[in-house]
Structure formats: structure tokens, C-alpha cells
Design a protein around this ligand. Structure first.
Ligand code: AMP
Ligand code: MG
Length: 333
């Protein structure tokens, strides 16, 4: 199968919406990362996503809809808190887990009786959902285990030959995935930190629990290997003399014949002298925006170890720490 990258035009939205209606897969931009979409009401179409990505079948998909009516179409009963959260944060990088309606096939929910729903903010994503006339289930459009894609080219490099179309909406604004919040337990519970910081959620939802990652399949996707480039990733804890320790690791790795690179904020780059760096930007938001792209860039430039700077916990920093711990496979220095 040939894979076409298509600019966002009304003709291409229609072409891709028709493909979705016909049970095919389409990759599309959102404000978080690129999604690999299928008709969420079509079991066979949803199954194709798992095959294309090499995704374990017990890892459920997020259902993308264009409005609160779209949420009602897939959720048994929308709890009052979901309406409050939707008014505050939707469209946006928040996914809510609620009891599913029977029309949502179990291939979409990994066999669970709940469904994860989100209204994306990206206008291309909203246009595609509206033109398709169906909810679109979509995980990130990468090969399972690889860094999530934040450009059409990342999707192409991972899924060429496996899907017909990629809608190209440029680079994703946020760059990491949505925050997943479970509304089916007594207290709302963050299953996956993401683009919407917990502090903002608490302003509306009050006290929140955070799911412990102890292997229990609360958010099944969190137990699998994630976000890994070919290079080994070492993640530094955040502390005052972090840059000195990073330099020591860099020098030790270089001496042992490795080709390391330091992933750092641009304001810190001079602390690393003439060592190789990948600058992720000035702020933690920039770090989130560039993280996955720079992990892929490290591979393209043939570095075989990425030493990633730590960040302070809180805000988008908490989500960055989550992604970097996973990406490093827990190799924390
Ligand atoms: P991805 O779309 O690849 O970013 O992954 C979606 C994330 O949402 C994964 O970690 C899934 O395990 C999680 N998820 C999707 N549906 C549910 C659900 N019904 N209950 C709990 N977690 C879910
Ligand atoms: Mg993913």
C-alpha cells in the first residue's frame, strides 16, 4: 500500500472522512500528538489499528468526538463532574474514562466496560471527525513502543505502507499526550499525566487521586514499553548540580566509545561546554513540545545514548518526568 501525506484542504478532509467511513485508517494531527484513527463503532476497522501499530490488544483506544453530544453517543451516562470538566477543558488535552454504551465495540476498549473520550482542539481533527459523522478511535500514530509522533513525517517513517493517508497539520502544539482521568472510581483518578497539568484539573475537580503504576491494569497502556528511541536514554533527576553529574556521565560514556548527546534547555547549554547537545527550547512547555521529536532526531544523528535533563515536578513538568522515566526504561542517573 502506498502512504500519502496530504495537506489540510477541504477535499483532503473529505477524502480521509470517506476512508474512515469505509473502515480504513487515517493518521491525523491533534494538539497533543498525531493520532491513528478509525471508525470507533466499527470493530474490524478498530482492529486494524492494533495490527498497524503492533499494539497489544488489551491496550484500549481513546475515542475522539467533536462535541458533548458526541460524548453522549458513546458514554452510558455523563456524570455531573464530566460536564463541569468539559465546560472548563474541552476541547483540549483531557481524556475522561466513563462507562461505555454497548455500541462501542470491545476491540476499542480492550475488553473493558469503560471508554476513554476526548474532544481534540485541533481544527483539522475536529473537521475530520465532523466530516466522518462517526466517533474516531485513535491511539498515537507511532509503532508501538516508539516515541509518539508530533509531525506527519514521524508517522510516515513508522507506518509507511501500512496506512493509506496521513493528514499533515504541521508540528503538534503541545507535543505530549492527553491527561487521562478516570471518572468511574469513587474519587476522580489521574491514570496518565499529560498535556493538562494536575493543578489545573484540581481547580475544577477538587481532590484527585493518582493511579500508582504497580502493574494493575487501570490504564492498561501504562504498563508497556513506551516512547523509546533506538538510542539508550538516561534520565537525570532534577537537582542543583545536575549539570555536573551529566557532564561526568557524558565523559565516561564518550571514553567507553559511545556517542552520547545531552538533551537540555537552551539556557543550560553553556554548562555542557563543547559536548553534543540537543536543545529542547527555553521552557518546560518547549521541552514537552520537542521531546519526542528530539528523541527521534537523536537516532537520525546516530547518537546512541541520550542523557536527558531532569525538570522540577509540578505543572507540565510532572508529565515530562512521566514520559522521560518511561522513555529511559527507568534508567535514572
Ligand atoms: P495512546 O492513545 O496511545 O496515547 O494511549 C491511550 C491511553 O489511554 C492508554 O494508556 C490507554 O491504556 C488509556 N485508556 C484508553 N481507554 C481506557 C479505558 N477505558 N480505561 C483506562 N485507560 C484507558
Ligand atoms: Mg501512544
Amino acid at each position: 500500500m502506498d502512504t500519502k501525506i496530504l495537506p489540510i484542504t477541504s477535499e483532503n478532509i473529505k477524502l480521509c472522512a470517506d476512508a474512515i467511513k469505509n473502515g480504513e485508517l487515517v493518521a491525523f494531527p491533534t494538539e497533543t500528538v498525531y493520532g491513528l484513527g478509525a471508525n470507533a463503532l466499527d470493530e474490524t476497522a478498530a482492529s486494524k489499528i492494533y495490527a498497524a501499530k503492533g499494539r497489544p490488544s488489551d491496550n484500549p483506544l481513546i475515542v475522539h468526538v467533536a462535541s458533548i453530544n458526541g460524548v453522549s453517543a458513546v458514554v452510558e451516562k455523563i456524570p455531573p463532574l464530566a460536564l463541569k470538566l468539559a465546560a472548563a477543558f474541552m476541547p483540549g488535552p483531557l481524556t475522561l474514562v466513563m462507562k461505555k454504551k454497548p455500541c462501542v465495540p470491545s476491540a476499542v476498549t480492550g475488553g473493558l466496560d469503560t471508554v476513554a473520550v476526548r474532544i481534540p482542539k485541533s481544527s483539522a481533527a475536529l473537521s475530520l471527525i465532523k466530516a466522518s459523522g462517526v466517533p474516531i478511535c485513535a491511539p498515537s500514530a507511532n509503532l508501538s513502543g516508539r516515541p509518539s509522533p508530533t509531525t506527519a513525517r514521524h508517522v510516515y517513517n513508522d507506518l509507511y505502507g501500512k496506512i493509506p493517508y496521513i493528514l499533515d497539520g504541521g508540528s503538534c502544539k503541545i507535543g505530549i499526550e492527553s491527561t487521562v482521568l478516570d471518572l468511574t472510581s469513587d474519587k476522580p483518578r489521574i491514570l496518565r499525566p499529560g498535556g493538562l497539568p494536575p493543578e489545573k484539573l484540581r481547580e475544577v475537580a477538587g481532590e484527585l487521586e493518582t493511579a500508582k503504576e504497580d502493574g494493575v491494569a487501570l490504564c492498561p497502556g501504562m504498563k508497556y514499553k513506551h516512547y523509546a528511541p533506538k538510542a539508550e536514554v538516561l534520565f537525570s533527576a532534577y537537582y542543583d548540580s545536575m549539570s555536573q553529574s551529566i557532564c561526568d556521565w557524558y565523559d565516561k560514556l564518550s571514553q567507553s566509545g559511545k556517542k552520547p548527546v545531552i538533551m537540555c534547555l537552551s539556557g543550560n547549554a553553556e554548562k555542557y561546554g563543547d559536548r553534543a547537545t540537543l536543545k529542547v527550547g527555553k521552557t518546560y512547555d518547549d521541552y514537552a513540545h520537542n521531546l519526542f521529536a528530539d528523541l527521534r532526531l537523536a537516532d537520525d544523528r546516530c547518537y546512541n545514548v541520550v542523557i536527558a535533563e531532569g525538570v522540577e515536578d509540578g505543572g507540565i513538568g510532572s508529565s515530562l518526568i512521566n514520559r522521560l522515566i518511561k522513555s529511559s526504561g527507568g534508567r535514572i542517573i
